[in-house]
Structures are given as structure tokens and as C-alpha cells.
Design a protein around this ligand. Structure first.
Ligand code: PMP
Length: 301
């Protein structure tokens, strides 16, 4: 069966799911989106994702043309029509159809579409061996320009960084902000763990991630990891981080809806810690997996 796509209240087979070439989402990247996941019939942090979607829309003065309740129902119905219990869910709200001018006021109604598909997982080897990443020249968007907290359709900043990472022989890019502080990766937040005590218990480490005002998305996975850290009594803090800090961390990992928790073992040619995925990364991934399979909005096919 062909994938069924939701567009503005109706479902269409993938081959017939089309939006206008005059949609400002396409013409200008004028719109917002979310990437959400379902695990065995549980939609992880759906309320948080929809809250972020509505907040992104509010900031760009885009009215989502439906209630949160209706959006939830549309997402669940799309999952059901596609008979998916484990899925990646993409919710997109664009400015809608306008003319060739920038003016958003000429776009009468926002376009909403929802794509649900099988989740394409990162290769297992990434989690076993860890990733090598590279700092790229393209700096993360200035919060005063296009705030990275807005999950907008305008991802060229991240795409430029991704191209530079590939040119440098890596799959993922470390993006700094305009002051040279660590911001995030192209589609994931960054964490590091550093030993602070003499022992090897969790209390002898601190988990650090940059505050989002330095220029990163307020990742839902990032938040979940900070909450897990609190629960397992792993000290954690939002702190300004430099490349030097990352190079000398005991562990570095990335978080995101698609990647979950992925270890980083090399940055700009420097090995991180022991050069293999560390125990804190593995422990947090284990707790994260448990959470995704017990917490969420439940639906049945
Ligand atoms: N940063 C960026 C730039 C992202 O696009 C994403 C989402 N893919 C993330 C971080 C991670 O956010 P989340 O955990 O909410 O998926």
C-alpha cells in the first residue's frame, strides 16, 4: 500500500500528495515543522513537540489553522492509515499559498501536512563505534537573525554545515555560534560528560550542554536527557562550552529525535576520552530507551 499523507484535512496516496508551487513554505522556507517519533504505539513527548510547533509558529506570526486536539487526532489517524506503530512523524505548517512576493499577508491560509513513515535508523555501528564529527566554518544562525529556537523550514544554515562536514569526510558537523562557543550539530544537540571527582560513580561526573540562548534548538531529547540525569543523580548543568572543553571531555554525545543518543569519539581529529563510547552515554541511552517505551500518547491501529 502506498504511504498515506495528510494535507489540510484529507489523506492522499504519496504519489498524489502535492502542494502548490506558490506555497511560501517552498518559495521562502516560510513555515515551521516538527519531527516526532512513535515507539510501539506510543508517541513520545507529543505534547512537548506540539507546544514547540505552536511556539515556533507564534514567533513567526503564523496561525496554525487548527486546534492542538485536532492536530493530535490528525497525527494518530495518519499513523493508523499507514498501519505504523514504530514511526517517524513529520508535521509541517507552511505560510500557505501566496504570490511571488515575500508578503505573508497575501497567504490566506496556512498549509498543514503530516507525513508518517517507517523510521530509518542510523546504522548500528554508529552507536557501537561512535561518530567522528568536525567543526565547520558556517556558524549557527545568530539568535538575533533567525533564532535557532524556531524550528523553521529554513534549514539552509544546517545544510551548509552538513555539506562542509561531508567535504571534511564526516557525517555530522559541530556548529559554533558567532562568538565561537559550541552551539549544536546540524540536527542534534551536543552534550559532554566530564569527571569532577576521584571516583567513578555518577556523582563524580558532570553532564554539560550549552544553554540554548547561545544558538541551538530547545531539543526535546535534550530535555529528556537532562530529566533522566536528574533522576539518576548524575549532576548536570547548562554551561558555555568551547571546542577545548569538548576535546578534553571524558565523553561527548549528540541527542535528537531520530538519533536518540549517539556517541561521539572523535572531534577535529582529537580522540575523545578513551576513543570509544563511554559508560555515561550508554547508561543515558538505556534510560532513554526505557522512557520511550513507557511514556507517551498511546494509540492502537
Ligand atoms: N538541533 C537541530 C538543529 C535539530 O534540527 C534537531 C531536531 N532534528 C535537534 C537539535 C534535536 O531536537 P529534538 O531532540 O527535539 O529532536
Amino acid at each position: 500500500m502506498e504511504l498515506q499523507i495528510y494535507i489540510d484535512g484529507k489523506w492522499y496516496p504519496k504519489s498524489e500528495a502535492k502542494i502548490s508551487i506558490f506555497d511560501h513554505g517552498l518559495l521562502y522556507g516560510d513555515g515551521v515543522f516538527e519531527g516526532i517519533r512513535a515507539y510501539e504505539g506510543l508517541i513520545f513527548k507529543l505534547d512537548d513537540h506540539l507546544k514547540r510547533l505552536w511556539e515556533s509558529a507564534h514567533t513567526i506570526m503564523l496561525k496554525v489553522p487548527m486546534e492542538v486536539k485536532e492536530m493530535k487526532a490528525a497525527i494518530i489517524e495518519t499513523l493508523k492509515r499507514n498501519r505504523l506503530t514504530d514511526a517517524y512523524i513529520r508535521v509541517v505548517v507552511t505560510r500557505g499559498v501566496g504570490d511571488l512576493g515575500l508578503s505573508p499577508w497575501l497567504c490566506k491560509k496556512a498549509t498543514v501536512f503530516i507525513i508518517t513513515d517507517k523510521i530509518s535508523l542510523y546504522p548500528k555501528s554508529f552507536y557501537q563505534k561512535g561518530l567522528e564529527i568536525i567543526t565547520v566554518p558556517t556558524v549557527r544562525n545568530l539568535p538575533e537573525a533567525v533564532n535557532p529556537s524556531i524550528k523553521s523550514l529554513n534549514y539552509l544554515n544546517n545544510i551548509m554545515a552538513k555539506i562542509e562536514a561531508k567535504n571534511g569526510g564526516c557525517m555530522e558537523a559541530l556548529m559554533l555560534n558567532h562568538q565561537g562557543y559550541v552551539a549544536e550539530c546540524t540536527g542534534d544537540n551536543v552534550f559532554m560528560a566530564k569527571r569532577t571527582g576521584k571516583g567513578s560513580a555518577l556523582k563524580d561526573f558532570v553532564l554539560l550542554t550549552p544553554p540554548t540562548y547561545l544558538g541551538s534548538l530547545k531539543g526535546i531529547t535534550r530535555q529528556a536527557i537532562l530529566e533522566i540525569a536528574e533522576k539518576i543523580k548524575l549532576p548536570s548543568e547548562e554551561r558555555v562550552i568551547t571546542r577545548h572543553d569538548l576535546f578534553n571531555a571524558d565523553e561527548v554525545f549528540l541527542t535528537g529525535t531520530a538519533a536518540e543518543v549517539i556517541p561521539v569519539v572523535k572531534i577535529d581529529g582529537r580522540g575523545i576520552g578513551d576513543g570509544i563510547p563511554g559508560k555515561i552515554t550508554k547508561l543515558l541511552l538505556k534510560h532513554f530507551h526505557e522512557l520511550t517505551h513507557k511514556d507517551g500518547v498511546c494509540y492502537t491501529l
